[in-house]
Design a protein around this ligand. Sequence first.
Ligand SMILES: C[S@@+](CC[C@H](N)C(=O)[O-])C[C@H]1O[C@@H](n2cnc3c(N)ncnc32)[C@H](O)[C@@H]1O
Length: 273
Amino acid sequence: MIKPEQFKFFSQLVKDSSGIALSTGKEYLLESRLNELCKVLGLKNIDSLYQQAKFKMTPKLKEQIIEAMTTNETYFFRDQHPFDTLKNHIIKELMEKNQSKKELRFWSAAASTGQEAYSIAMIIQEHFPQLANWKVEILGTDISRQAIEKAQAGRYTQVEVNRGLPVTMLIKYFKQQGAFWIAQDKLKKLVHFKTFNLLNPFIGLGQFDCIFCRYVLIYFDQETKKKITDKLVKVLRPGGYLFFGATETPVGLDPSMKRVTFGKTVCWKKAGG
Ligand SMILES: C[S@@+](CC[C@H](N)C(=O)[O-])C[C@H]1O[C@@H](n2cnc3c(N)ncnc32)[C@H](O)[C@@H]1O
């Protein structure tokens, strides 16, 4: 069992560096993830990891501890209906709004291994040929370097593509390479990925027409959620849309944001535009 001072040390480190809040009761989660990391690092146990982290911490070790604590669960077209809403309502509306500048920018703000960003890219390629001469960009960011490297490779196992991706789309937008499926260039040219920590200032990202920040706020405490949602609103263009995960209700969202529903989809629209 992880010792109380070790739990305190690691949970504080994880909270300060990523915002991920490990409250009392999450000892088991921390312990099992750190035990896995010990195996990777060839360390005997959490006591050794604690000694190293407390007295000989390196940026690399810190990153590995944060990586170990992220939950990268994702799949193609997760929840389906937000992507139907994009297809049936939002992209059309954004196209009307941006008709003169012919530009659309999406952000998958906790992109994990990229399935969310590639799902948006497939919606665009499949249903909006009119956008071929527009500047369309889907930025995918995540704190996890490993997740982002996988997203950049666009390389998925059979099990991963079986999760949410219809076979017709798989064949049309991915090519098989041995046991893997690789996103084709027609998707890759729309997406790009980089590591980014949502705790950092949102500088150099530009403005977006639509932001997906799904299934990440659940890991943060109220104060962190509020800080992040305030920053998200600032980089959203007037008339732009913000999506959270189905179980995530934003608290104290800026008054410029109006709750909008499309069937089962609940999202938030910024005033103006
Ligand atoms: C459960 S996944 C959600 C993936 C995707 N948005 C979806 O809905 O399928 C949560 C992701 O949030 C990332 N994450 C956690 N804390 C973060 C932070 N401070 N900044 C950026 N990403 C973070 C994790 O690395 C993980 O990949």
